[in-house]
Design a protein around this ligand. Structure first.
Ligand SMILES: [Zn+2]
Length: 302
């Protein structure tokens, strides 16, 4: 997990926080002592609400008095994710997995995960500073453009500095792995893959010489090529998904084709979410139809 510190006058602007666990707090203590030269963090920007990006926002606020800056979509999702813990959440998630076609042990594992967001975050702050796509931020005398995208999360912020030819990409574009593009139980008919493809189209219009600073893996150049490779990866997964629906199949049947390994609870939730994002994309494109059966939803190539 990478976080980025940008020198900003007599302090630093920090991009993302790391997860709320003892190890990350310990690493931060060392960085505060050894790396910041006694200067404070004067602004905190979170690219999106996932625990490794927003998990320590309250802790950093208490430490430096910096109110978290984020898009309203990400703050809202983070705050809701933190608050969801009741029986209604579990019963709704359980219905979602049953409609998907999970049964027996996989269903038990998925439900047992509960709301795992809460495990890795401090309470998400009650207040925040809003940024929106199109905003310009001045950091260290340079102008950074805020761009917002969906796909990986509802309103993910990337920061683009044309003068420095640097893109802070968060999880929207990663060098080695593909960011999770998932459909979750709160929005079962969402089509995040369409949003992700639109974001790749947009990012491909930026300077190809840009140095990309991702949240996972090493900085890289060749943004256009990486966007094309991510698109090709999903195209291939879409084809595999389509082939899996030649006979009426539940989401769980398709998942077994796409993710043939036995999955632990955490990986299982991500496999369900990724399978559904590909199914919902193909439904929206008119390539497959879905019908609601007695026990679960069935998908079939048109
Ligand atoms: Zn993420």
């Amino acid at each position: 997990m990478n976080v980025w510190l940008l020198r900003d006058g007599e302090g630093f602007t920090l991009i993302d926080t790391g997860m709320a666990d003892a190890r990350t707090r310990g690493l931060w203590e060392r960085i505060f002592k050894d790396q910041l030269g006694g200067m404070p963090i004067t602004r905190l920007i979170c690219t999106h609400h996932h625990p490794d990006h927003m998990g320590l926002s309250t802790w950093l606020h208490a430490r430096f008095g910096v109110r978290m800056t984020a898009t309203v979509g990400e703050w809202t999702y983070g705050r809701l994710g933190w608050l969801e813990s009741g029986e209604d959440f579990l019963s709704q998630a359980s219905d979602h997995y049953i409609r998907f076609g999970l049964r027996d042990e996989p269903l038990r594992l998925a439900i047992a995960e509960g709301n795992n967001y809460r495990r890795y975050v401090d309470p998400i702050p009650l207040d925040f500073l809003r940024i929106e796509g199109g905003d310009r931020l001045s950091v260290g005398g340079r102008e950074w453009h805020v761009m917002t995208f969906s796909g990986h999360s509802p309103e993910h912020a990337c920061l683009w500095c044309p003068e420095a030819d640097v893109l802070i990409s968060g999880d929207q574009v990663l060098p080695k792995i593909s960011p999770t593009i998932g459909v979750w139980s709160n929005e079962p008919e969402a089509n995040p893959l369409a949003g992700f493809f639109a974001s790749l189209d947009h990012l491909m219009t930026l300077s190809d010489s840009a140095l990309v600073l991702p949240s996972h893996g090493l900085p890289f150049t060749g943004l256009r090529q990486r966007c094309k490779a991510l698109k090709a990866h999903h195209d291939e997964r879409l084809k595999h998904t389509l082939d899996s629906c030649s006979n009426p199949s539940s989401g769980a049947d398709v998942m077994e084709e796409l993710f043939p390994r036995m999955l632990s609870g955490h990986d299982l939730l991500f496999a369900v979410a990724e399978t559904l994002s590909h199914l919902n994309y193909l439904v929206a494109e008119g390539c497959i139809e879905c019908s609601i059966g007695k026990q679960n939803i069935k998908y079939k190539t048109k």
